[in-house]
Structure formats: C-alpha cells, structure tokens
Design a protein around this ligand. Structure first.
Ligand code: BGC
Length: 482
C-alpha cells in the first residue's frame, strides 16, 4: 500500500486539464450512451419475449435455453472480437461494426421464419453487444477529459440500466399481444442510432498516436479542445506510448508487467457478477412470486419499478460522486449495502414457507417477509447501482496501459459476460441444491470477500490522467490504496 503522490512530482509531461465538454465530446458521450442502451435492452428483453417464442416455435427446453443464453455467449465472443477490432481498426470503427451487427441481428430475430434464423439473430445481436461493450466505453474513457472520465463511463452504466428498464416496460406493455417479434425488433432503432452517431464521431487520438497517425491525432485534439495547447496534449500521449515496447498481441495482455491491472480488472469483472446482480435482474419475477406477490401483475410491477426503475435512479448517485468521492469509497460502501441486503433477503426466505424461488406463490398479497424482501432488494439494487455497476466499467477502461488497453479490456469484458452466463444459468439450480436462503447468503459472502479484496487491491484513480495511471504500474507514479 502506498501513499498518494501529487501528480506534479510524477515524471513526464502532464496533459492540460481543460474540462470543457465540446460538441465532439458530446458525440462521444452519445455513442457511449447508445451502446449502453443496446446492452441493457438485451439484458432485459428476453424474459418478456420468451413466452411468445416458445408458443410460436414449440421449443424443447434445450432450445429455450439456447434462445435465452446465446446472446450472452455471442457477447462473450463479441467482446474478444471487439478488443481486436478496437486495436486494429480504431475505437470508432469498432463501434460502427457493432452497430451493423446489431441491426442485422435485430432484423433476423424480428423476421425469423424458423428457429435456426432466430438463433442466428440472437448470436449476431450478442456479437454486436459484445463488440459495443468493449469499444464504446474504451472510446469514451480515452476521449473523456480526466476530470469527467468516471462520469463518462458511469453514463454508460446509466444507459445500461435505462435499457433494462425500457425492456421491462416494453415487456409489460406488449405481453398481452404476444408481440415478441416487436420486442426483439425494436432494438434495431438504437442499432441505427449507434451507426449514425458513430459516423459523426472523431477517432480516439490515443489510438491514432498508437498506430503512428500523429497528424490526424493532432487534428482531432484541435477539434476536441479548440484553442488549447494541442502540442502539450499530444506530447503527454506520446510520452506514455513511447515508454511501451513492441506491438500489442494477445500474449502481451498477460505480460507479468501488467499483472496488477489485469488482476484488478478481472477481479472487478468477476465480483460484479458473483455477487448476484443478474440473478436478480433475470429472475426478479420469480423471486417476488416466491416472496408472496401472488399475481403476475404484482410481480411485473415490483420488478419494473423496484428493480428496473430503482436501478436507473440510483445510478445518478454514481454519476454525481464517482469523480468527486472517487472509485474506492463508492465500491466499499456499496459492497456493504449489497452484502447486508442479501443477508436480509436470505433471512426473509427462511420464513417464506421453505418455498424455492420460481415455484410457489403465497395466496393473497405479499407477506411481511415479502415486503422485507422487496425493501432489501431495493437496497441491494441501489447499492450495486452506485458502486460495482458503474465503477467496474470505469476502472476496467482506465486501468490498462495504452499498448494493451483494447485487448485487455476485451479479456475483462469477456470474463464479465462469462461470469454473468454462469450465474444466470445456475441460479435456479443452486436454489434447488442449497435452498434460496443459502444462495443469497453465498452472494453475501462474495460481497464480504469482494470488500476485503477491493480494500487491499483496487487503487484510487479519480483525477489521474490515463498516462499517470499507466506510469504507476512501472513504479514511476503511485496511486493510493488501503
Ligand atoms: C452489468 C450487467 C448488469 C447491469 C445491471 C452492468 O454493469 O455488467 O451485467 O445487468 O449492470 O444494471
């Protein structure tokens, strides 16, 4: 553990600290936001579309699982592809490719005459989501002014939550009409938006310098921060890149020199998922059913507002505080809230007649234990939404040296999707095996382990330039932990 050193004592030129949000920067922000919407909408929509799909195609249970989970698998592959595309063709072009994949996938799903094309559509959408999930936050974090970087990536998380919320609303609104094709097809709109806005955007100057297109980088810097000392910014970027040897390969991501940032990114990626967020996002209806919300309408309302709406609202806390209080305090406070809430949900389920989630419904309205569950889930969602949700993506996108950033972010994002896949796939099985209470206590236990790990390992990166963070791994600068 080391003390914070003022940035002025750090070797190498620092970037000027202008914080103005110019039009090109707002376009970057718009790209980040639309990519987040796509990601979130896809997390949330399938639960609503599935019933109609099952009836239309008379699916076996294996095919139901394939239709549900292949977006996640596609996203896992897409995030690795996204890292390659972002390093090879640039952050902006990778975003454009994601948008095209997304449009293709959404159309295939909406028009699919048979199950094979539907599954292909799911896979294409998944690839699009994966590529966007890597390229867009990377694009945002490389272009954001240092003082707003946390907020830029937190805006991505905000958009994810809005996407999930919109999907819940669309599911509720279209459920009666068996309009699954519309539910899935609607996502063509953000896909088109992503391509249009991405086409207007500038390329990341950090990437341009990396591929030796310094003149273009200078032009972009001039556009993004007009009237400023472009040379100073360029020099700071060049200085950081000059210290890096060789060209990035996948192997370079695992170079021992970058072990620390890799461990930090992978740790956050895994803890974000194994503390249970997507078990709740996907299975909220069943959890509320088991907790005594007896009618589907009550369950959908609880899910839409207590999970979907609260998730959106609480993300604003992160946007307000991530660059002021910093990443560590948000993580440490949020993990305590999540852990306590999960302990309480586990206790509430002890008294819910031993009914496993997904099976039973108590007669009448929600019981006391049901209300306790609802409140505890709200506390959980709020705590996640200002901590592990946004901070994970912010840190993953700022912690790596420029040379390996694209691919390293891709590896961390793929690990995040892999963990999400495992948790959502095995949540119900786990409940069957160890019971609902112990399943939530297991998530709570991971919060406790996560807290200790964050306290000891994750450095504070608030207010540091990407170049300073980079130099901290080679001992030329230091970041505070503990
Ligand atoms: C996570 C998603 C999750 C969402 C919920 C994101 O940061 O990566 O897996 O569904 O937050 O808001």
């Amino acid at each position: 553990m080391s003390a914070t050193r003022p940035s002025s004592s750090v070797a190498g030129p620092a970037e000027p600290g202008n914080e103005t949000l110019t039009v090109p920067l707002l376009v970057v922000l718009a790209v980040v936001v639309v990519a987040g919407l796509l990601f979130g909408y896809d997390q949330g929509v399938i639960s609503g579309a599935l019933n109609g799909i099952k009836q239309h195609f008379t699916l076996t249970s294996i095919l139901v699982e394939v239709v549900t989970s292949w977006v996640t698998l596609g996203a896992l592959g897409g995030s690795l592809l996204g890292g390659y595309l972002a390093d090879r063709y640039g952050r902006r072009r990778a975003v454009l490719i994601a948008g095209l994949l997304f449009i293709l996938g959404a159309l295939l799903q909406a028009l699919a005459p048979d199950i094979t094309l539907l599954v292909l559509g799911r896979l294409a959408v998944g690839f699009g989501v994966g590529v966007a999930a890597v390229a867009a936050p990377l694009y945002g974090s490389e272009l954001a002014p240092t003082a707003h970087r946390g907020r830029f990536v937190a805006a991505y998380q905000l958009a994810i939550t809005i996407g999930i919320f919109l999907a819940y609303l669309v599911n509720a609104g279209l459920a009666e009409n068996d309009a699954w094709r519309w539910m899935l097809g609607i996502s063509v709109v953000p896909g088109i938006l992503l391509v249009l806005i991405g086409a207007l955007g500038v390329e990341s100057p950090r990437w341009l310098v990396k591929v030796n297109r310094r003149d273009e980088a200078r032009t972009v810097l001039g556009k993004v921060w007009p009237g400023e000392d472009t040379t100073a910014r360029l020099t700071a970027i060049e200085h950081a890149l000059d210290e890096e040897a060789g060209t990035a390969s996948w192997a370079e991501v695992f170079n021992p020199a970058w072990r620390k940032p890799l461990m930090i990114a992978l740790g956050l990626a895994v803890f974000q998922q194994i503390t249970g967020i997507n078990a709740i996002i996907y299975y909220a209806n069943q959890i509320f059913a088991a907790a005594g919300f007896s009618t589907p309408a009550m369950q959908t309302t609880a899910t839409t507002w207590a999970v979907g709406g609260v998730n959106v609202a609480a993300t604003f806390i992160a946007i307000a505080f991530i660059d002021k209080l910093g990443r560590r305090p948000l993580l440490l406070v949020g993990l305590i809230g999540m852990g306590v809430a999960l302990l309480v949900v586990g206790m509430a389920f002890l008294s819910i007649d031993g009914q496993p989630a997904g099976d039973g419904q108590a007669p009448g309205g929600p019981t006391t234990a049901g209300i306790v569950t609802l409140v505890a889930l709200v506390v959980f969602i709020v705590s996640f939404a200002f901590s592990l949700g946004p901070v994970t993506w912010t840190v993953i996108n700022e912690i790596f040296p420029g040379q390996v950033r694209g691919r390293a972010v891709a590896v961390a994002t793929a690990v995040n999707w892999g963990s999400a896949f495992l948790v959502s796939q095995f949540f119900l099985t786990l409940i069957g095996a160890i019971g609902t209470s112990w399943t939530f206590w297991l998530f709570a236990f991971f919060c406790a382990v996560g807290w200790i790990w964050v306290y000891r390992t994750v450095p504070e990166t608030k207010g540091r330039t990407l170049e300073e963070i980079e130099r901290s791994w080679t001992g030329q600068a230091s970041l505070a932990t503990g």
